[in-house]
Design a protein around this ligand. Structure first.
Ligand code: GRF
Length: 201
């Protein structure tokens, strides 16, 4: 199964996926393409080092979100991509794109959804003083950070935690559950019925 990973920044989740692939831990999944909207992103270096083809498309020059997404979809079609894995991709996808790949786009979010949606989930959880937070892998739907949940894992927030230490804890579990979820998808073990996900044993 051909996979495209979408990134914008550091790419530590991309790295976790690359490592999983190297260990044969993505079943028949293959990261065929890394798509990025920022030409200077460190994630691109990680992709190049792993010998994965990259496609960089900056948003400037596109007046409409959908135009940008149509360009990307063309490339995905060309490469016969069957699964889109968002890994820190900082653009909101158009309805066109989400509908075209419905049930085939995954995202990882640094909180226990539906709590703390949005771009500052770790900070928001830390500042709210909650006892635990975590990470969630979910399907992407038209509504931001709201699609059916696939996997979730929590971390305890200790009195001694700082924002940085919490961030570190959350990233660590993202790097564990994201490759796990991708493998389950590739194996056809994630059944999506309406809003509900069942994971087959
Ligand atoms: C992660 O925290 C992920 O949950 C969020 O964006 C961050 C990406 O980090 N969607 P990285 O680029 O994978 O290091």
């Amino acid at each position: 199964m051909n996979i495209a990973v979408f990134v914008s920044g550091n790419g530590s989740n991309l790295q976790a996926l690359i490592e999983a692939q190297k260990r044969n831990d993505l079943a028949e999944g293959k990261i065929k393409l890394v798509v990025c909207d920022k030409s200077g992103a460190f994630a691109l270096k990680r992709a190049e080092k792993a010998g994965i083809e990259t496609f960089v498309l900056e948003a400037k020059g596109f007046s409409k979100k959908e135009e940008y997404d149509r360009k990307i979809a063309e490339v995905l079609d060309e490469k016969e991509i069957e699964l889109v894995v968002l890994a820190g991709f900082m653009r909101i996808l158009s309805d066109f794109f989400v509908d075209k790949y419905a049930g085939k786009i995954l995202n990882v979010h640094p909180s226990l959804l539906p709590l703390f949606k949005g771009a500052h989930a770790i900070r928001d959880a830390y500042e709210a003083g909650v006892e635990k937070s975590g990470a969630t892998v979910h399907f992407v739907t038209r509504e931001l950070d709201s699609g059916p949940i696939i996997l979730q894992k929590s971390v305890k927030i200790e009195q001694s935690d700082t924002m940085e230490s919490l961030e570190e804890k959350i990233h660590k579990i993202e790097h564990k559950i994201y490759p796990e979820a991708v493998k389950l998808f590739v194996e056809g073990k994630i059944i999506l019925e309406g809003e509900r996900v069942t994971i087959l044993k």
